[in-house]
Design a protein around this ligand. Structure first.
Ligand SMILES: *[C@@H]1O[C@H](CO)[C@@H](O)[C@H](O)[C@H]1NC(C)=O
Ligand SMILES: *[C@@H]1O[C@H](CO)[C@@H](O)[C@H](O)[C@H]1NC(C)=O
Length: 391
């Protein structure tokens, strides 16, 4: 594994700097029409298929210009590493397209780099009015803008996503994927536009990114482990969330999440852990939230194990998700509500080993002193604490 990474780095250094043995496949040479109206999906796919067939590694190159691209899956496994270089701007088709899961998908690829500074415009305003998922559980979700399924040892960097119809970037079944310098943008009131959604994945790092959107900036759900989030700016949005968890059968544990050096500004939540009152038992453990600045955040620190965005949804009287070993360290800034710290844990599986060190928040607008609220939680606190802790 380590050797493979070393080899891979040397390969990219040598080949992509002096371009030896690497083929560049320009989508224009595959018939892409750069008018922002003609569907270029077939040209992109032909370039991808040639790249995927190269042993020596290749670059799929999308030069500057505006391209309309229908829903497309770039599938592996491929013979060599691929760089998908998006210098141009891609536009999704107008409308909901709820018959497809993703707009741009990459699946079963190893050693992929997606970069280039281009913008992916999901044309969300033409789709959001068709979103029924906010009101009912029986709905067809709109397409995700960029989806990685079973992608390994890969990176996505310097990409902009605007107005995704649904989630901007989703990572599923992946291993060792680094996300950096992504800029994700959608209006505060756009429905279900999570920034980055991670599930069933391990060793995922998100850094130096800015997320301004209508739903969670980052959502880390079932089966995620060893996730590292750092230097992320979030807001507007619903904050950085672990969960929601425990809604479905066959969910897997979430273990090992670090969120550090992040800024949350004007968000509904700061750092949140949420689970449903359903009978599916999993563990959510080993989380560290450190060096986080909050500005005007409604619920800066929140654990909500009675999560239910639209009732009725309770199948049980308590959540079966066990939350444990969670540390909050050096969190400061302002709260827009009085209850700045809230632990509403499960009465069946109370939160345990929660550690708070140096949490220093103040209220915006001066509505009086801040409070903590605690139910079914065991923890300890150290250092400075405002609001005063309830354990
Ligand atoms: C991702 O970043 C980590 C830490 O910097 C590094 O060890 C790893 O090799 C990177 N992975 C890829 C695929 O670039
Ligand atoms: C938070 O957002 C407000 C309003 O957009 C802006 O004026 C302020 O500079 C932001 N704060 C930070 C830390 O970015």
């Amino acid at each position: 594994m380590a050797l493979q990474i070393v080899f891979f780095s040397i390969f990219f250094f040598v080949s992509f700097t002096i371009a030896q043995g690497v083929r560049t496949l320009n989508v224009r040479n595959y018939g892409a029409i750069v008018d922002g109206r003609t569907d270029d999906k077939k040209a992109f796919l032909r370039a991808w298929n040639d790249a995927c067939y190269q042993n020596g590694g290749s670059i799929v190159y999308i030069p500057k210009g505006v391209y309309m691209v229908g829903s497309v899956e770039f599938a592996g496994p491929c013979r060599g590493p691929i760089m998908f270089l998006i210098s141009g701007d891609l536009k999704a088709p107008i409308g909901p397209y709820s018959n497809v899961e993703n707009w741009i998908g990459f699946q079963h690829v190893n050693n992929l780099i997606v970069k280039g500074g281009g913008t992916l415009d999901g044309q969300g305003p033409s789709a959001w009015p068709y979103n029924k998922c906010q009101k009912t559980n029986n709905c067809d979700p709109l397409p995700i803008s960029i989806k990685f399924d079973f992608v390994t040892n890969s990176r996505i960097e310097s990409i902009r996503s605007v107005n995704s119809k649904n989630v901007h970037l989703a990572i599923y079944g992946c291993n060792n994927v680094n996300v950096s310098k992504v800029d994700l943008l959608a209006p505060a009131d756009s429905p279900n536009t999570d920034g980055i959604k991670i599930s069933r994945s391990a060793d995922i790092r998100i850094t130096n990114s800015r997320i301004r959107t209508g739903d969670d900036c980052i959502a880390i759900i079932s089966g995620s482990s060893n996730i590292d989030v750092s230097y992320v700016y979030c807001g507007p949005g619903h904050g950085i969330s672990i969960g929601s968890l425990g809604k479905y059968k066959n969910e897997e544990n979430v273990n090992g999440v670090t969120v550090r050096k992040c800024t949350l500004n004007g968000t509904d939540n700061g750092v949140r852990i949420k689970s449903w009152e359903s009978p599916y038992a999993i563990t959510a453990s080993k989380f560290l939230f450190q060096d986080i600045f909050m500005e005007n955040v409604r619920n800066p620190i929140i654990v909500d194990q009675t999560y239910c965005p639209h009732s009725p949804c309770n199948q049980e009287t308590a959540s079966y998700v066990q939350i444990q070993d969670v540390t909050y360290r050096n969190i400061w800034g302002t709260s827009s509500s009085q209850v700045a710290v809230s632990f509403e844990c499960s009465k069946k599986f109370p939160c345990k080993n929660i550690v708070m060190t140096d949490v220093n928040l103040a209220i915006v607008g001066g509505e009086g002193p801040l409070q903590s609220s605690c139910s079914y939680v065991k923890g300890r606190s150290f250092g400075r604490q405002n609001p005063p802790p309830c354990f």
